[in-house]
Ligand binder design. Structure first.
Ligand SMILES: C[S@@+](CC[C@H](N)C(=O)[O-])C[C@H]1O[C@@H](n2cnc3c(N)ncnc32)[C@H](O)[C@@H]1O
Length: 279
C-alpha cells in the first residue's frame, strides 16, 4: 500500500525537481571511479560508449577530455524513453547530447550487435569502450563481447557492467538464465527484483519477466568471466558493485595481442567455430 502510494507520487516529485529520477543502483559512478583510478584523463584517446541512454556517463566520460567520444544507442524507432511513469518516444538525437562540451563528440544510432561489417569498420578502433547496463539486453552475449574486443585497439580497455542472475540454483554455476516465459522457473515482481516467485506458468500481467521486459538473459558471474576470456580479454579485474546479493558485476579488461580462443583445434583457418564472428 505504502509502496504503491510512493510509486504514484514519485513522478510528480521528480517533475517538481524535489526528487532525482531513479539512478539506482549507482553502479555507474562506481564504474567511473574505477576508470579514473587507472585513467585520470583520456587525452588523445578514442572512446566508444554503448547504450548511453540518458547521457549521464557520456557527460562523465567527456569530462576526462578524450580526443573523440562516439556514443551509440539503438535507433529511436525501436526504443522509448521511460522515466518513472512517463513514456515518450526517444528522439533521434537525444536532447542531452547538445549539453556535452567536447569537440570530438558524435552520436550514432545502431545496434552494435548487428551492425553490418562495413558499418563496424567505419567506426574504427577505440582505446576505451564503456558498456554498462547493456549486455543482458542482448540475446547473443558472446558475439556481443567479441564485437567489443574487435573494436578495441591492442592494449585497449573495456569497462563492462551487467546485471546477473539471482536464481539461487544458477548463480554459483557457469551458466546463463534465459528469460523465456515458457521455461522460466523464476519470475520477479515489479519494483522489488530481489523477491523470487517460483512459477512454470506464463506470467500474470502484473508480474514482470525480469527487472525489465527487455532483458533477454541474465548470466552468472562465472559466465561473464568465461566469455571475456574466451574472446581473448586479459588482465580481467572485478569492480565491486555495492548492491545486495551480488546482483551485478563490473569488470575492467584489456585487449592484448592474443586473438581469442576457438572451439576448433583442427580444420581450416580461420576456424568455422570461431567465437562471435561470422566467417
Ligand atoms: C539499461 S540501459 C543502460 C543505460 C546506461 N548505460 C546505464 O548503465 O544505466 C541500456 C541502454 O543500452 C542500449 N542498448 C542495448 N543494447 C544495445 C546494442 N546492442 N547496441 C546499442 N545500444 C544498445 C539501450 O537502448 C539502452 O539505451
Amino acid at each position: 500500500m505504502i509502496r504503491s502510494l510512493k510509486r504514484a507520487v514519485r513522478p510528480l516529485l521528480e517533475k517538481l525537481g524535489l526528487l532525482t529520477p531513479f539512478d539506482l543502483p549507482n553502479y555507474r559512478t562506481v564504474m567511473f571511479d574505477a576508470l579514473t583510478r587507472i585513467k585520470p584523463d583520456l587525452h588523445g584517446q578514442r572512446v566508444l560508449e554503448i547504450g548511453p541512454k540518458d547521457g549521464k556517463d557520456s557527460h562523465r566520460l567527456a569530462s576526462l577530455g578524450p580526443e573523440s567520444l562516439v556514443m551509440m544507442d539503438i535507433p529511436a524507432e525501436y526504443t522509448l524513453n521511460v522515466t518513472s511513469h512517463s513514456i515518450t518516444p526517444r528522439q533521434h538525437l537525444p536532447s542531452w547530447f547538445q549539453s556535452i562540451v567536447l569537440p570530438g563528440k558524435s552520436y550514432k544510432e545502431g545496434n552494435i550487435l548487428y551492425l553490418a561489417p562495413d558499418e563496424l569498420k567505419a567506426l574504427g578502433r577505440f582505446d576505451l569502450i564503456w558498456c554498462t547496463g547493456v549486455l543482458y539486453h542482448n540475446p547473443e552475449p558472446l558475439r556481443f563481447i567479441k564485437r567489443l574486443f574487435n573494436l578495441l585497439q591492442p592494449g585497449g580497455l573495456l569497462l563492462l557492467e551487467t546485471s546477473l542472475t539471482r536464481h539461487p540454483a544458477l548463480k554459483n554455476h557457469n551458466c546463463v538464465e534465459i528469460l523465456w516465459p515458457k521455461s522460466q522457473l523464476c519470475l520477479r515482481t515489479g519494483e522489488n527484483d530481489q523477491q523470487l516467485i517460483l512459477s512454470k506458468v506464463v506470467p500474470e500481467p502484473e508480474q514482470s519477466l525480469s527487472i525489465q521486459s527487455n532483458v533477454s538473459h541474465l548470466p552468472s558471474r562465472k559466465a561473464v568471466l568465461s566469455w571475456l576470456e574466451m574472446c581473448g580479454f586479459q588482465e580481467i579485474e572485478e569492480i565491486a558493485i555495492p548492491i545486495p546479493d551480488h546482483a551485478r558485476i563490473g569488470l575492467l579488461a584489456k585487449k592484448g595481442t592474443f586473438s581469442g580462443y576457438t572451439y576448433s583445434n583442427r580444420g581450416p583457418e580461420p576456424s568455422p567455430y570461431a567465437i562471435g564472428d561470422s566467417l
